[in-house]
Design a protein around this ligand. Structure first.
Ligand SMILES: Nc1ncnc2c1ncn2[C@@H]1O[C@H](COP(=O)(O)OP(=O)(O)OP(=O)(O)O)[C@@H](O)[C@H]1O
Ligand SMILES: [Mg+2]
Length: 249
């Protein structure tokens, strides 16, 4: 579904953030991108959605390179929930916010309405359609931003720290949405500092900022490699920490 081939990138007058990066995310798969602050996770996201362009290599969706496509063309296939999306809402009503993207695609009004209704149901906001986004809670605002992406029906979802600051109820709702999108055959790239969340929701992991060429690993392999965990500056999830304590005396 999503293929990264030999991707390299450096900001001007800085060392390379990554070089020779290869990765694939299949339909129904969640790839977690992890690593310390400043490792390049959000930068990688911007290379995937076209806001930045790689120095070498390419990004492809369903076998089609995004090279040469404009940002809004890439956005048809790749939807991005940025870090702190709740600060980026602009419409006067939740339903207008969610309708904006599909309208840009020049989809007929009746279908826009059904997409908006469906996206609001999916994001547990079915009864919030008429509210002003600024009157919503932080979690409701973030889910409004997520609904506006889902209403575009992208094949690939990029989620930058979507769980950050959510309470248990909204975290479970987010996990339900991710599971439903997987079931619908989407490919998901999840940036996340919470390894328990990664453990519950991802199948594969890409660790950035370790000083070596990043390679995709299964969640199991990643969490059972203490040296790599240390280099990536992440703690293992609770179940691994508990297992390493061994049976109680
Ligand atoms: N526009 C820019 N110009 C130059 N350097 C930048 C720019 N944006 C980010 N950087 C630098 O690139 C590095 C990677 O930043 P990035 O935001 O991708 O990290 P991150 O892994 O998302 O971090 P965090 O976990 O804090 O969100 C950092 O050192 C950052 O200071
Ligand atoms: Mg970031």
């Amino acid at each position: 579904m999503l293929t990264l081939t030999d991707l390299s990138f450096a900001y001007p007058s800085q060392g390379p953030l990554f070089a020779g990066l290869n990765a694939q995310v299949g339909a129904g798969e969640v790839l977690a991108v992890v690593g310390r602050n400043g490792a390049g996770k959000s930068t990688l996201l911007r290379l995937l959605n076209g806001l930045l362009r790689p120095d070498t290599g390419e990004v492809a969706v369903r076998g089609r390179s995004t090279d040469g496509l404009k940002v809004h063309e890439i956005a048809r296939d790749i939807g991005t929930l940025f870090q702190m999306p709740e600060q980026q809402l602009f419409a006067a009503r939740v339903q207008e916010e969610v309708a904006f993207g599909p309208r840009q695609l020049r989809i007929p009004d009746a279908e826009v309405k059904s997409r908006v209704d469906q996206a609001l149901q999916q994001t547990f906001l079915g009864d919030q359609a008429q509210r002003h986004p600024l009157d919503l809670s932080m979690a409701e605002r973030r889910f409004t931003a997520l609904a506006s992406i889902l209403a575009m029906h992208p094949a690939v979802l990029l989620l930058d720290e979507p769980q950050r600051g959510l309470d248990r109820r909204w975290t479970e709702r987010l996990e339900t949405i991710i599971a439903n999108e997987r079931e619908a055959g989407k490919a998901v790239v999840l940036i996340c500092h919470d390894m328990d969340f990664v453990d519950r929701n991802a199948q594969s992991v890409l660790a950035l900022g370790t000083g070596e060429t990043p390679v995709v690993q299964t969640v199991e392999d990643f969490f059972s490699d203490p040296h790599l965990l240390r280099r990536a500056h992440v703690d293992p999830p609770g179940r691994i920490r508990l297992a390493s304590l061994g049976p109680s005396q």
